[in-house]
Design a protein around this ligand. Structure first.
Ligand code: FES
Length: 570
């Protein structure tokens, strides 16, 4: 027997209830037969003028609707909280879980049978996917697509260059006039950051997980084929509802392993770790930090994209996009993992071709052998910390140096340009109180710029360690996500300037070379900081947020509640 559509629990009702559910909808001009058993497709839209990377989403949603109508569905678009990376203070990560709650409750509370999730800028992707996982309806993801390559005086520029330009500007090597000229040429089209930063990483993640149609990750936002993909996603979700192909049937352990391996091969952002852990936590798939090291260890870097390589997302699409890369990687992957179009990831990429081996390298001649995420353990990070070897300086991967501690971001800003800091190029810079609770919100500050006195000496990289995150567009020998963070009493909070620290990435260790007895002594005088947040969402966040190695979700949001609504007030 055909399964009754969930939306019919609203629109299929008789009497007063059915009247209320339908009558108010009719003020938007929908004829009566729209309510008579068509799959209702919710288009969960993170459009906002305050999220410029998603600024084109209203138009894109219209193309989704075309596909839904065409396939016999009834599309209804709704907004959810949008998180604009560049504008929102203090950090969008503070609100990822809040946006996920918005998406979850908006989906569950409404008469929807299937969902098209529309995300682009960094946190808009994981947040709405997390929320959708906790409901578990048939769901397809549509990313907004990257910007076209930025252009400046005849050459490509992308977000990764910003760090280099700003340091050149600080050193006086780049004029303010040219700095502003670059600003005007970098973001010249619709879309999200054009390098393999966090947004592109998230777009690749959802494609590798199988919750999108093929080519979701790389088609530029400005390319008409992005609209075609939106149209096809709209068509497909109607079939997914008819097949009752739920998110949890796609998001299996195999899919998560694939996502980790693909992330390694694309040189994806370190932010991938906290987001994938959180998504797995919602859908109920066991996944831990060690899995990231285990599954990315053997994977070479195949995508020659900034910040680990030299090209950008537009080039990646023209070279064959993610399907071409996945095909090259297939001997490692779980090729039988099912995807949103009902085919396996192996079937979807069978006929994919690489058109530019400089951008997507053959597996035998990769960009680098070291890729993915290395997970470190040691007394400085008993629950783990991570580093992205492909973005680091090889000679610093095994390094012993004296700590120089910045107590927090403000302390760093106050000191970084001083001419007489007690450090040299072998020092290890510590930035703490940037973790989930300690900031709060775990901002992207781990890749702190080098002290001016080091830049003046021509030093371009130093080991930096933080309990915060770093932008996916950044690079350097930066250890991140130290867990437990300083603000909850981890060893990281006990480090003093002058302590010796040893980093050994090949052997996956990070240790503070201070005796247990001395650390116990320091712990006696340590106390948790009072951050001054005593009300509202931020208070709830601080009380419930989990540590980096667990995905930084709120403890009570783990798992799912399904799509059933138990009570009805009409
Ligand atoms: Fe939105 Fe980079 S600022 S993706």
């Amino acid at each position: 027997m055909k399964k009754k559509l969930r939306s019919q629990n609203w629109f299929g009702k008789k009497g007063k209830d059915g009247f209320i559910y339908r009558a108010w909808m009719k003020n938007q001009g929908y004829p009566a037969d729209e309510f008579e058993g068509k799959p209702v497709i919710g288009i969960c839209n993170t459009w906002s003028e305050l999220t410029p990377c998603n600024g084109h989403f209203r138009e894109l949603a219209e193309h989704v609707k075309r596909g839904v109508w065409e396939a016999g569905g009834f599309p209804l678009e709704f907004p959810v909280m949008s998180l604009g990376e560049t504008l929102m203070k203090p950090t969008t990560m503070l609100y990822r879980n809040l946006a996920s709650m918005d998406a979850e409750e908006s989906i569950r509370g409404n008469p929807l049978d299937g969902i098209v999730l529309m995300g682009g800028c960094d946190k808009t992707t994981p947040s709405i996917l997390m929320g959708a996982c906790s409901v578990d309806l048939p769901t397809i993801f549509l990313s907004g697509g990257p910007m076209l390559n930025g252009k400046h005086r005849g050459r490509n520029v992308g977000t990764t260059d910003l760090w280099k330009f700003s340091e050149a500007n600080r050193r006086g090597e780049l004029s303010q006039e040219e700095f502003l000229e670059i600003e005007a040429g970098m973001c010249r089209s619709d879309g999200h950051c054009a390098v393999m930063g966090t947004a592109s990483t998230m777009a690749c993640m959802v494609e590798a997980l199988g919750v999108t149609l093929p080519h979701n990750a790389a088609i530029p936002a400005a390319d008409a084929r992005r609209k075609v993909l939106a149209h096809l996603s709209g068509r497909r979700i109607v079939s997914m509802v008819k097949e009752d192909l739920k998110l949890s049937q796609i998001l299996t352990r195999e899919a998560f392993e694939n996502a980790i391996m693909v992330n390694a091969a694309i040189g994806g952002s370190t932010n991938f770790v906290v987001h994938l852990l959180a998504i797995a936590g919602r859908v109920g798939v066991p996944l831990d930090l060690a899995d990231f090291d285990k599954f990315s260890k053997k994977i070479p870097l195949l995508a020659n994209l900034l910040p680990s390589g030299k090209f950008m997302m537009e080039d990646f699409y023209y070279a064959g996009g993610l399907p071409a890369l996945i095909k090259e990687l297939k001997s490692f992957l779980n090729v039988n993992a099912i995807t949103a179009n009902g085919h396996t990831i192996g079937e979807n990429t069978q006929s994919a071709e690489c058109y530019d081996e400089a951008v997507i390298t053959p597996i035998k001649t990769p960009v680098k052998n070291d890729s993915g995420i290395a997970v470190l353990k040691g007394n400085l990070c008993p629950n783990g910390a991570i580093i992205k070897p492909s973005a680091a300086t090889p000679k610093l991967m095994q390094h012993k140096g004296k700590a120089f501690v910045f107590e927090d971001v403000e302390d760093y800003k106050a000191k970084v340009d001083l001419p007489d800091l007690d450090l040299d190029e072998n020092s290890i810079l510590i930035l703490r109180n940037a973790g989930p609770k300690g900031y709060p919100g775990m901002p992207e500050v781990g890749n702190i710029g080098l002290p001016k006195m080091m830049l003046d000496k021509g030093i371009t990289d130093m080991v930096r360690i933080s309990d915060g995150r770093m932008s996916g567009t950044a690079f350097g020998t930066v250890v991140l996500h130290v867990s437990p963070e300083a603000a909850v009493g981890g060893t990281f909070g006990l480090v003093k300037t002058g302590d010796w620290i040893e980093l050994d990435v090949p052997n996956r260790t990070l240790n503070l070379l201070v005796s247990e007895a001395e650390l116990a002594q320091r712990k006696k005088t340590w106390s948790a900081p009072d951050l001054g947040y005593h009300r509202g969402y931020v208070k709830m966040y601080i009380d419930h947020v989990e540590q980096a190695h667990e995905g930084v979700d709120l403890d009570f949001l783990k798992g799912k509640s399904g799509s059933e609504v138990k009570r009805d007030s009409h």
